[in-house]
Design a protein around this ligand. Structure first.
Ligand code: BO1
Ligand code: ZN
Length: 257
C-alpha cells in the first residue's frame, strides 16, 4: 500500500539526512538561558540604514513561511558586526491559531511567533554565496507577544495574507517601511547575540544571530491569521518553527544596553 506523505515527512527530524549541516554543532534556534548570559560591552547599538524608507515589496507564500522581499538599500552596521550587511527579506514563524510559534525560546518560554530580518554581508550577491562565510549572514530576530489590542501597523501585511493562500502566490505591499514592523529604534539596544545557523535546510552555520529583548505586540486574532496560509500539500501552514538545538558549549552574549 502507498504511504501518504505530508510536509512532516520532510520535517526537522529528518533534516540531518537532507543536509549534513543540519546535524552540525552550531545549529539554530536555541533556548536562551538568561542566568548564563554574558554581558558584552562591545554589543553597541545597531545603525539601521534605510529602515525608514518607503518601498513596494513582494509578499510571498514560500511554502514554509510568509516572506517580504526587501530593497538592498536597507542595511545594518554596528552592534559589533564585522561588516555592513544588506537586507534580503524578512519572514515570520508562527504556531497554530495564535499558540506557541517562535523558534528561539527564553528560559524555555516559546513566544507566539518570531520575525527574522535576513541580511548578508555587503560584498555578496546572494544568500547562497554568503553561507560559505561563517559570518556571511546576520539575522535580526524579534519575538511576537500577544497583546489585548491589534497592532495596526501589521494590518497591511495581515490583510494581504488572504491573497496568498498557497505556495508561490505573491502580492505587493505598497508604501511600507521596515520600521513599521519593528519596535522603536531607541528600544532596540537590548539584544542577545550568538553564532548559529539558518533554521531550515541547508542549515548553514553562517549566521550571526541578534535577538531583541523588546517584542512586537500582535493581538490573538492577528496571530491566528497566519494559520489561514497553506503548505504545498494543502494542509494549514502552522507550527512553522524548528525545535531548539543544543548549544554545544556556545556562549550567548547580552548587550545589556
Ligand atoms: S532563517 O532566518 O534562519 N529562518 C533562514 C532560513 C533559510 C533561509 C533564510 C533564512 N533561506 C534558505 C532558502 C533556501 C536556500 C537556503 C540556503 O536558504 O530559503 O532556498 O536553499 O541558501
Ligand atoms: Zn526564519
Amino acid at each position: 500500500s502507498q504511504v501518504t506523505c505530508n510536509h512532516t515527512c520532510t520535517g526537522p527530524d529528518v533534516w540531518g539526512v537532507v543536509s549534513q549541516h543540519c546535524s552540525g554543532r552550531a545549529q539554530s534556534p536555541v533556548n536562551i538561558v538568561t542566568r548564563r548570559l554574558l554581558p558584552d560591552e562591545r554589543l553597541t547599538p545597531f545603525h539601521f540604514i534605510g529602515y525608514q524608507e518607503t518601498f513596494h515589496g513582494h509578499l510571498i507564500n514560500t511554502g514554509h513561511a510568509v516572506q517580504l522581499d526587501l530593497p538592498t538599500s536597507i542595511r545594518i552596521r554596528g552592534g559589533n558586526l564585522p561588516a555592513t550587511y544588506k537586507a534580503l527579506q524578512f519572514h515570520l514563524h508562527w504556531g497554530k491559531d495564535g499558540g506557541p510559534g517562535s523558534e528561539h525560546t527564553i528560559d524555555g518560554e516559546q513566544f507566539p511567533g518570531e520575525m527574522h530580518i535576513v541580511h548578508i554581508k555587503e560584498e555578496y550577491d546572494s544568500l547562497s554565496q554568503a553561507v560559505s562565510d561563517r559570518t556571511g549572514v546576520a539575522v535580526l530576530g524579534f519575538f511576537f507577544q500577544e497583546s489585548a489590542s491589534a497592532n495596526k501597523k501589521f494590518d497591511p501585511l495581515i490583510n494581504a495574507l488572504k491573497s496568498i493562500p498557497q505556495p508561490t502566490n505573491t502580492t505587493t505591499l505598497k508604501g511600507v517601511s521596515l520600521d513599521m514592523f519593528i519596535p522603536p529604534q531607541d528600544n532596540m539596544t537590548k539584544y542577545f547575540r550568538y553564532d548559529g545557523s539558518l533554521t531550515t535546510p541547508n542549515c548553514s552555520e553562517a549566521v550571526i544571530w541578534s535577538l531583541f529583548e523588546n517584542t512586537i505586540p500582535l493581538s490573538r486574532e492577528q496571530l491566528a491569521a497566519f494559520s489561514q496560509l497553506q503548505f504545498s500539500d494543502g494542509e494549514q501552514m502552522v507550527k512553522t518553527y524548528r525545535p531548539v538545538q543544543p548549544l554545544n558549549g556556545r556562549q550567548v552574549y547580552y548587550s545589556g544596553g
